[in-house]
Design a binder for this molecule. Structure first.
Ligand SMILES: [Zn+2]
Length: 586
């Protein structure tokens, strides 16, 4: 009973805490932002698939105690927002293609979740030498690991099978060829694999059709194993390679593509404080370039907003998209948006699987997500072609109640938004200045080198890594692990400085255009100040609605006035003999 209770406790922890626990256990103290993205995706997807996490209370009691106290205070999970059945939850992406250059710390992206998930992880390597190398390292770290090779005897296989019969977080290393054996497949089928990882997935494209036909059968094998989580790593990512990985590994199903570097210098991050989000959205969409995507927190909101926008903007090129659509409907909308150069898609976080549109110029968040990871990935849908794009977060009075990292983003008044997002992603560990070091600081453990680039979908993007610690650094020992300290961070694909450069791609803070007040406030306060007691609430709302320049409905006008009354900026006159005219306070 006690054990069941402890396991349940682990399952209530946020990904952030689970990651900290996993790091503490491996003796590693720092993750690069993209590593954190990939790992969070895996853990969140595991959670939503109902996979239990291992009993961390036994191995790391102190960390878990502190974390539980911490989380109950911070309400990290629920973020003060009550769950809503219509809400589309960002549960991470259980099926992902991760584009990372060789030596960018890829192993940690699957080793860390493997330690935390209470199910076996199967890692498929293309080369026997890589398998042997991984086995040696994993054993040195104290991981439970078994290797499936072609030439094993019946006794050896039986020994492996008996390990796999125990419920555990074993790592299974294999190559594609050995998986073709019926006996191995049956053994794996019974092991209830939680996560399958395909290393060097581009081999599907390069070798599959010539001398490694086993790669082409991976899809079939995976369809049989049905792992809840499936991650494919690739260093090269031409559209052709991605297409083949999608076909042969993911059986042409939905798959999420993660770029190695979450820093997007071509995106200008902005925040608009508004008392009427819908009106602000209409006005932004009327001026910002297209194609545009508007992210919402719930399915019903996408439908309602798309309808309202079609009417307001006199456009038919506006559709909605969410996980509740039929497969055919999704496909139709995806194909329309993919080709559209002037369209607006109103979507939940479900958008982004499969097709990856490179030329989205405008991303607007109508609702603020709960996780920094989600905000970075969704805003990162813009400008995949490397050309300028904007990412705007609409911030309303209800968002002021938020807690957690994105609340800090919303309340930020002086830090570069790009820099802040990346800092929040790394769990607030240090600022840019603290993280700055030199490539040389990587020392003996690092593979200091030039910036690598890898082709991305629909264009190229620097995914690269100067001075990144290589896979060799992934926690083989504490001494080596300590070299993955913030000092090496300067090379994490950041060939550009993390803060904006002050050009047109700069965030609103760096360009000096950020407004720290409600956008509607100055004009309306002035109107009431100049006409004290002249308007009642209803009359003022009508007056606002009659001003074409404001483009507000009566309801929106009323909503804004009520917000300003609640805030105490204006109030209704209290004199009982007079009508309740509005007056400005202060
Ligand atoms: Zn900036």
């Amino acid at each position: 009973m006690a054990e069941e209770h402890s396991i349940a406790a682990s399952n209530t922890l946020s990904s952030e805490t689970l990651i900290s626990a996993g790091l503490a256990e491996s003796g590693i103290s720092y993750l690069f932002p993209y590593q954190r993205l990939v790992i969070t995706n895996i853990l969140e997807a595991a959670r939503s698939a109902g996979i239990p996490f291992i009993n961390l209370e036994q191995t790391l009691p102190q960390i878990i105690d502190i974390a539980l106290q911490d989380e109950s205070e911070r309400e990290f999970h629920i973020d003060g927002v009550p769950p809503d059945s219509d809400q589309e939850v960002w549960s991470g992406y259980g099926r992902q293609i991760v584009i990372l250059p060789t030596g960018a710390g890829k192993s940690l992206c699957f080793q860390l979740p493997a330690r935390l998930i209470d199910r076996p992880t199967l890692v498929i390597f293309p080369i026997l030498a890589l398998m042997a190398d991984q086995e040696r390292r994993l054993r040195a770290q104290g991981s439970r690991v078994v290797v499936l090779r072609g030439s094993q005897t019946t006794e050896e296989r039986e020994a492996i099978a008996s390990v796999l019969r125990l419920p555990s977080n074993t790592l299974i290393i294999a190559n594609p060829e050995v998986l073709k054996t019926r006996q191995v497949r049956d053994m794996l089928g019974q092991a209830r694999i939680g996560h399958v990882v395909i290393d060097e997935a581009h081999c599907v494209s390069q070798w599959g059709e010539s001398f490694r036909p086993a790669y082409l059968e991976l899809g079939e094998i995976l369809a049989e194993l049905k792992p809840p989580l499936l991650t494919a790593f690739t260093a090269t990512a031409s559209p052709e390679v991605l297409e083949k990985i999608g076909r042969y590994i993911f059986n042409d199903g939905d798959v999420h593509i993660v770029m190695g570097n979450p820093d997007r210098p071509n995106i200008s991050y902005r925040l608009v404080r508004t008392l009427a989000k819908e009106a602000a959205l209409r006005q932004l969409l009327a001026t910002l370039p297209r194609p545009a995507i508007v992210f919402c927190g719930s399915r019903s909101r996408t439908e309602q907003l798309a309808r309202a926008l079609r009417y307001a903007l006199h456009s038919r090129e506006i559709y909605f998209y969410h996980a509740g659509l039929e497969r055919e409907e999704k496909k139709t909308v995806e194909e329309w948006f993919f080709k559209s150069s002037t369209g607006i898609l109103v979507a939940t976080c479900a958008y982004g699987m499969g097709v990856d549109k490179a030329d989205i110029r405008t991303v607007i968040h109508f609702d603020c997500p709960n996780l920094v990871e989600a905000y970075l990935q969704e805003s990162g849908r813009g400008g995949r072609d490397g050309k300028p794009a904007t990412a705007t977060l609409l911030w309303g009075p209800e968002d002021e109640e938020r807690t957690g990292p994105l609340a800090e983003y919303g309340r930020n008044r002086d830090r570069c938004r790009r820099e802040l997002l990346l800092t929040l992603l790394t769990g607030g560990r240090g600022s840019r200045t603290e993280l700055t070091g030199t490539v040389g600081a990587v020392g003996a453990g690092g593979t200091a080198g030039a910036v690598c680039t890898a082709g991305a979908v629909g264009g190229t993007e620097t995914v690269g890594a100067a001075g990144l610690p290589g896979d060799a650094l992934n926690g083989t020992s504490r001494t080596e692990a300590e070299m993955i300290e913030p000092a090496t961070y300067t090379g994490a694909g950041m060939s550009e400085p993390v803060t904006c450069t002050g050009d047109e791609h700069s965030c609103d803070i760096c360009s000096g255009t950020a407004k720290h007040f409600w956008r509607e406030k100055p004009g309306i306060t002035r109107l009431i100040q100049q006409n004290p007691r002249y308007f009642t609430l209803a009359e003022a709302a009508s007056h606002l609605a009659s001003q074409p320049a404001l483009d507000l409905s009566r309801d929106e006008g009323r909503q804004i006035l009520l917000s300003l009354i609640e805030e105490g900026t204006i109030r209704e006159s209290r004199c009982p003999l007079q009508r309740k005219g509005l007056v400005a306070t202060g």
